[in-house]
Design a protein around this ligand. Structure first.
Ligand code: GLA
Length: 399
């Protein structure tokens, strides 16, 4: 079968990514960087729109990653440049924060700002003046968490540059810093899933995150041993978390828990959902059933029941499409075509309103499924989707 024309998106190796970041840094700033941080994108296997409801999620870290080359400056300024944009953004350190104009660089400057904020348990860390160059193989706006990869790559590098040598022990704090950067400086009202996935995942494992207890556990995946793989399909419909759709779903969930008199929808039941008007009724039904599906997925993985896991993917997609209403025709087409071509399961992943779907498939069928999805897009007159064959990878760290 000729799948060569599909062009699976190559993540490259960490060494290649770090070299590209170092070279870009030297060209942009005229000297060699001190350190390179790397952080992975993520694909969430199940547990969507549950993080800000204090629920459960089950992401994996992708081999596609963002690299931040950083160099210490002798003054109190920050300069930020990237392989994707020709401009260099520059600011004094003490002018960073929620008031500054937003743009892609605010995910970076937000981390420097967040480090310096008082934390209830820990003293603030003085961010050094730095030059930062970004190189990334995570596709942008594809629901694969390019923003959190950017924040986490910068966080691990600048944390080390600031002399915080024990960043392995500081990962939970770095998750918090990255969340503050995203929600308070970049102004995206997201829920913490992406930052936890980037900083806490382990190779070979999915990460079971409990947002009520702020805890995370590794779940052994064993996909390769069973001849299976995960195929990610980027619909090409761009999603933006700073647009209104994501925020309005979050606001609906907050309204529902207030009407029910609950601290969060983690405590809600299907009977509670039934007491609400539409659309809140369906929103709560999604959250309650999706949290249950995360537990079912972990049980299926533990029992090596991958047919069962695939069925959970499909049920999750239907719930996101019909009850939470965050899918789109392109994502529905990917899921329908993948399943009709024999994939074990498929679902949209991430915030929705575009972005990517994840397909659980026997490795020997990946080519046929990819070609079938590409053909469905052609027939519908849509731009070609992009494909990523994904394995799990290392969490954020220095390269
Ligand atoms: C985006 C957000 C996450 C999470 C997912 C949906 O990725 O950044 O916080 O809410 O959507 O599960």
């Amino acid at each position: 079968m000729d799948v060569s024309g599909l062009g699976y998106l190559d993540p490259g190796t960490p060494t290649e990514g770090a070299d590209a970041a170092r070279t870009g840094f030297a060209i942009a700033f005229g000297y060699q960087p001190d350190l390179v941080g790397r952080a992975p994108g993520r694909v969430n296997l199940v547990g969507e729109h549950t993080d800000y409801n204090r629920g459960l999620s089950l992401p994996i870290a992708l081999p596609h990653a963002t690299y931040a080359a950083v160099g210490r400056r002798t003054d109190e300024r920050v300069r930020i440049a990237s392989a994707r944009s020709g401009e260099v953004w520059e600011s004094p350190l003490d002018e960073l924060g929620p008031e500054q104009p937003t743009g892609w660089w605010s995910y970076v400057s937000g981390v420097l700002w967040a480090m310096q904020q008082p934390d209830q348990d820990e003293p603030p860390v003085t961010a050094p003046g730095v030059d930062i160059f970004i190189h990334s193989t995570v596709p942008l706006g594809s629901g694969l968490s390019s923003s959190a990869a950017l924040e986490a790559a910068v966080a691990v590098a600048v944390w080390a540059l600031a002399g915080q040598n024990g960043y392995e022990e500081d990962r939970a704090r770095l998750v918090e810093l990255c969340v503050r950067a995203e929600t308070e400086v970049a102004d995206a009202p997201t829920g913490g899933l992406d930052q936890a996935a980037a900083l806490l995942s382990a190779p070979g494992q999915a990460l079971l995150i409990d947002f009520d207890e702020s805890s995370a556990f590794d779940v052994d995946l064993h996909l390769v041993d069973h001849g299976l793989e995960l195929l990610v399909v980027d619909s090409g419909v761009s999603h933006a978390l700073v647009d209104g759709g994501y925020g309005s779903r979050r606001a609906e969930c907050e309204r529902a828990s207030a009407e029910l008199g609950l601290a969060s929808l983690r405590l809600a039941t299907l009977a509670d959902a039934g007491r609400l008007d539409e659309p809140l009724q369906r929103r709560v039904r999604h959250v309650v059933t999706e949290i249950a599906r995360v537990n079912q997925a972990v049980a299926a993985i533990d029992a090596r029941d991958y047919v069962g896991l695939g069925a959970i993917f499909v049920a999750s997609h239907a719930s996101l499409r019909d009850d939470f209403e965050v899918s789109c025709p392109e994502l529905d087409a990917i899921v329908d075509r993948a399943v009709s071509l024999g994939a074990l399961g498929a679902r949209m992943t991430g915030g929705g309103f575009g972005g990517s779907a994840v397909v659980l498939v026997e490795s020997e069928r990946t080519g046929a499924v990819s070609l079938g999805i590409a053909a469905a897009f052609r027939d519908a007159g849509w731009a070609p989707p992009r494909f990523l064959r994904v394995t799990t990878s290392e969490p954020a760290g220095l390269v």
